[in-house]
Design a protein around this ligand. Structure first.
Ligand code: NCD
Length: 335
């Protein structure tokens, strides 16, 4: 593992599988009456959120707390950032407080990279979503969810296996989606075949260089999909009209009960949230057993525990199960 987690594209297959396998161990902790491990006692994790977030922020907070770290939540609203303070001065403040890890969400693509390479802080930097660039822990929790649902249920069944040959379809506002970009890279690394489906106006320029296919017909792709990931239309990042009307969008790219019936029986519907019911997904689909949205949130805590654990290198085994492979302190790279 590297020192920071900035981009899913930086992860090797071994890195990714190590995180997924460590997350399986962390998930076991969640099933215990006492969900806490002493691993990161005395360490400080700062959640630095310059953009709105519900799931991601509380998920990182829960993950750090379950590992016994001290957590400082910093949101730009109500801080000196709204008075014009720069990222550099904010970072220097965090450094002065002794942050061992900074989890950052920022509207500007590249902000976490800047923080990690600036020398302003010594701690590990974790990207929790930067602009339209990447959201690596979301892709990891999505892969974790797919592996559990598609490769095998239960903890041990998922261990060590990946998503070789699985067909994953990602639908919607690809242009503005850091979730889509991170997923394309990670799923490709794990051996899956990814197809993006979107109106031509919401497909990024240069998508030909991405390791995936593009289709404009959801109905054609659905019967061949093992998982279908629906994305929200990110109006807050749009400065123009990308499609005629919401009704038209839903009709062509939304997922309702009738369309879902075209998917293979084993196939799942995923959504990173927040869902806009009635737009990209109907309430019927969102509430169906095939939709993993709530499971994804729960899995997010296990993934973020694994990431914080591996980056901060706990001095004790992750769980009672002593798997030395999951202990970064023991690996050659970290000596
Ligand atoms: C996404 C995000 O913020 O990138 N949500 C998330 O982290 N679960 C997607 C979105 O905002 O639509």
């Amino acid at each position: 593992m590297k020192r920071h987690l900035i981009s899913a594209a930086d992860l090797t297959r071994d890195d990714a599988v190590l995180i997924l396998d460590t997350a399986e161990e962390m998930a076991r902790v969640a099933d215990r009456p006492i969900k806490k491990l002493p691993t990161l006692r005395g360490r400080t994790v700062v959640n630095l959120f310059f953009e709105d977030s519900t799931r991601t922020r509380i998920s990182f907070e829960a993950a750090a707390k379950r590992l016994s770290a001290d957590v400082i939540n910093f949101s730009a609203k109500g801080s000196s950032v709204s008075k014009g303070e720069s990222l550099k001065d904010t970072a220097l403040t965090l450094e002065a407080m002794g942050a061992d890890a900074v989890v950052i969400r920022h509207g500007a693509s590249g902000a976490p990279y800047r923080l990690a390479t600036s020398g302003w802080i010594d701690g590990a930097v974790v990207n929790a979503g930067d602009g339209t660039h990447e959201h690596p822990t979301q892709a990891l929790l999505d892969a974790f969810t797919m592996r559990r649902r598609l490769v095998g249920a239960g903890a041990d069944a998922g261990l060590g296996r990946d998503l070789d040959g699985r067909r994953i379809t990602i639908v919607g506002d690809i242009l503005h989606s850091r979730v889509a970009r991170s997923n394309v890279h990670l799923l490709h690394t794990l051996g899956a075949h990814v197809t993006l489906v979107a109106p031509p106006t919401l497909v990024p320029v240069g998508v030909e260089q991405w390791p995936c296919e593009v289709s404009y017909s959801l109905d054609e792709v659905l019967p061949k999909s093992d998982a279908v990931m629906m994305l929200r239309v990110q109006r807050e990042r749009m400065n123009a009209a990308y499609f005629p009307t919401e009704r038209e969008y839903s009709r062509r790219y939304g997922l309702g009960g009738e369309r879902m019936a075209r998917m293979p029986e084993h196939a799942i519907v995923m959504h990173p949230g927040p869902m806009v019911r009635g737009m990209e997904i109907t309430a019927e689909v969102a509430d169906s057993d095939r939709c993993t949205a709530v499971e994804q949130v729960a899995n997010g805590v296990s993934i973020r525990m694994a990431v914080l654990y591996l980056l901060l290198g706990g001095s004790e085994p992750a769980t009672t199960l002593d798997r030395s492979a999951a202990r970064p302190a023991d690996s050659e790279e970290n000596k």
